[in-house]
Structures are given as structure tokens and as C-alpha cells.
Design a protein around this ligand. Structure first.
Ligand SMILES: C[S@@+](CC[C@H](N)C(=O)[O-])C[C@H]1O[C@@H](n2cnc3c(N)ncnc32)[C@H](O)[C@@H]1O
Length: 282
């Protein structure tokens, strides 16, 4: 059946205008081949605003309501795909190398281990790390830790803060972690689980643009995960971002990017340790 409400094909001009707005606001670089993605993802937004074409949407972005709309636009365009225990080698590195190195020293100095999930999406990444840290504490003794998560999208951060996930989306290496760290939903929440307070109370979220001048997160982070977001940026933006994040790392801190990303072609002061894992000089 033809959807009579489906907006028209996106014009070249409208596409370039929208791509520029997205870049200005988020630095996400939409190449020349992303028309179908943009029109597909914005179709629902146009219907919501009762607009009939992408040209009308561009005019809306230029209107007084445009500033507010840009956040919605980036929300529609950005890819939030994530899952629990994604790219497990990085988590094993955390458990087997970074924590055994940091925790005894920080405990002696009565300091807190600080971890930042710099593009946290709907929260699976910071809560995964929270499980890894909590398990490490169970095996080796309690220590102080705190996780910060951040993302540009308010919509996705609201999901992260709610910390409620469909059962089918929670895949854990150890089945007993489900009852240890998640509360089973009842009534309206059947089929869903909520991350328990023992983890959520240690995880704080911020809305931020990774390219903004200053970050509201703690300085001297011991580990920063910036995974699966740099691929959406062009090289000058990646360069700028990496140096900003290195500034936010403690001496000897670890910086981790996604498996399909690397710092090749970027000037930085880090030592490469393993695929995607880098270290700032102590
Ligand atoms: C694909 S998800 C990655 C989630 C998680 N790090 C992982 O690897 O599973 C990318 C996230 O980056 C966020 N993002 C894109 N541009 C951003 C920017 N300029 N500042 C902050 N977050 C941004 C998106 O909203 C999205 O949630």
C-alpha cells in the first residue's frame, strides 16, 4: 500500500542544507551518499511537524523554532546502536590490565577510579563497565569508583537514565549477573529489566557535545571509552576530539576507541597498546 503521507524525495539543496546543519551542531559528517538514510530517518519527524516536504523542513530549521529543532534533527540522524558487553576485548583489558594496575594504588591513596563513557548512547556501555567494576570489587575487595556517561542526544540519555532494557537485549557473559545486577519488571514492565541501584547510583550522565569547549565531567579520568562515534567525524574533527579527550585523561590513563576505529593519521601523544587501546604517558 502506498503511504500517502510519505514526504517527497529529498532535493539536492535540501540534503546539503540539512547535512550542513547536522555538521555545525554535532560534527557528524554526512557524505554525499546518505540521502536515503536522511530522508528515511526524517520522514517521521516531518509527519510529526505536519510538513509536506524536506524544503519545508529546511524553512522550519531557519525559522524561530529552528534552534530547538536542531537537537531533534541530530537525534534522528545519529546512530545510537550499542549493546551490553560490546567489543569484549576492551572489557577484558579493563579487568585484566587496567584495574589490577589502578585499583591498589588508588585504594592506598584513598582515591576514586574514574571512568568516562564519552558516547554512552542508551547506557549499555557504562552499565556494562559498572558490572565489570562491581565484579572486580567482589573478587578483590571493595574500592571507590565512579562512572560518567555522556551523549549529545537528550532522547537517548533519557533512556540511559531510566536504565530499563528489554530482556532480549540483555546478553551477559555470566547468566547469574542478570539477577545480581538487574531487577525483573512486573505489571507494565513484564519482559523488561531495570539496572539495580547498586550500579545506577554510581553512574552519572551528562548531555554534551564532544566538540564543545569545556566538558562538565571530572578531570583526570583513569579510563575513557570513546567507542563507535569517531567514525562519524571527519579527520580534522577526530584530531581535535582526540586532543581534547587526552587532556581529560589522568597521566597513565587509558583511551579506548571502537574496533572499526583507530588513531591512524591523527597526531597524539598516546602509546598504542592493542587494537583500539592507547595509553597516556604516566
Ligand atoms: C553508535 S553509538 C556508540 C555507543 C557506544 N559507545 C558503543 O560503542 O556501543 C554513538 C553515539 O554517539 C553520539 N554522538 C554523536 N555525535 C556526538 C557528539 N558530537 N557529541 C556527543 N555524542 C555524540 C550519538 O548520539 C550516539 O549515541
Amino acid at each position: 500500500m502506498i503511504d500517502l503521507m510519505e514526504p517527497q524525495v529529498i532535493s539536492r539543496e535540501a540534503y546539503h542544507f540539512i547535512a550542513e546543519k547536522v555538521y555545525e551542531h554535532s560534527r557528524i559528517r554526512l557524505g554525499d551518499d546518505k540521502q536515503a538514510l536522511v530522508s528515511g530517518r526524517l520522514a517521521k519527524r516531518l509527519r510529526h511537524l505536519h510538513l509536506d516536504s524536506y524544503d519545508e523542513y529546511c524553512a522550519y530549521l531557519e525559522s524561530a523554532r529552528g534552534t530547538e529543532e536542531i537537537g531533534q534533527l541530530v537525534d534522528c540522524i545519529s546512530t545510537n546502536h550499542t549493546h551490553f558487553f560490546r567489543e569484549i576485548e576492551h572489557l577484558n583489558f579493563l579487568r585484566d590490565v587496567a584495574l589490577p594496575e589502578w585499583v591498589p594504588r588508588l585504594t592506598r591513596e584513598r582515591e576514586t577510579l574514574k571512568f568516562w563513557s564519552a558516547a554512552s548512547s542508551s547506557g549499555e556501555e557504562p552499565y556494562t563497565v559498572a558490572i565489570v567494576l562491581a565484579e572486580y570489587a567482589r573478587a578483590n575487595g571493595a574500592f571507590n569508583w565512579q562512572i560518567e556517561g555522556s551523549d549529545i542526544s537528550s532522547r537517548i540519555l533519557a533512556k540511559a537514565q531510566a536504565a530499563i532494557y528489554d530482556e532480549s537485549r540483555i546478553q551477559l557473559p555470566q547468566p547469574e549477573w542478570l539477577s545480581r545486577y538487574f531487577q525483573k519488571g512486573t505489571g507494565d514492565f513484564v519482559g523488561q529489566y531495570k539496572v539495580k541501584d547498586i550500579l545506577t547510583q554510581q553512574v552519572k550522565f551528562h548531555r554534551l557535545n564532544l566538540l564543545q569547549a569545556q566538558y562538565p565531567v571530572q578531570p583526570n579520568q583513569h579510563v575513557i571509552f570513546c567507542r563507535n562515534v569517531m567514525i562519524y567525524f571527519d579527520t580534522p574533527t577526530q584530531q581535535e576530539l582526540v586532543l581534547k579527550l587526552v587532556n581529560q585523561l589522568a597521566p597513565g590513563g587509558y583511551f579506548v576507541v571502537g574496533h572499526s576505529e583507530s588513531l591512524l593519521g591523527i597526531k597524539h601523544p598516546l602509546t598504542a597498546l592493542k587494537p583500539g587501546i592507547y595509553r597516556k604517558n604516566p
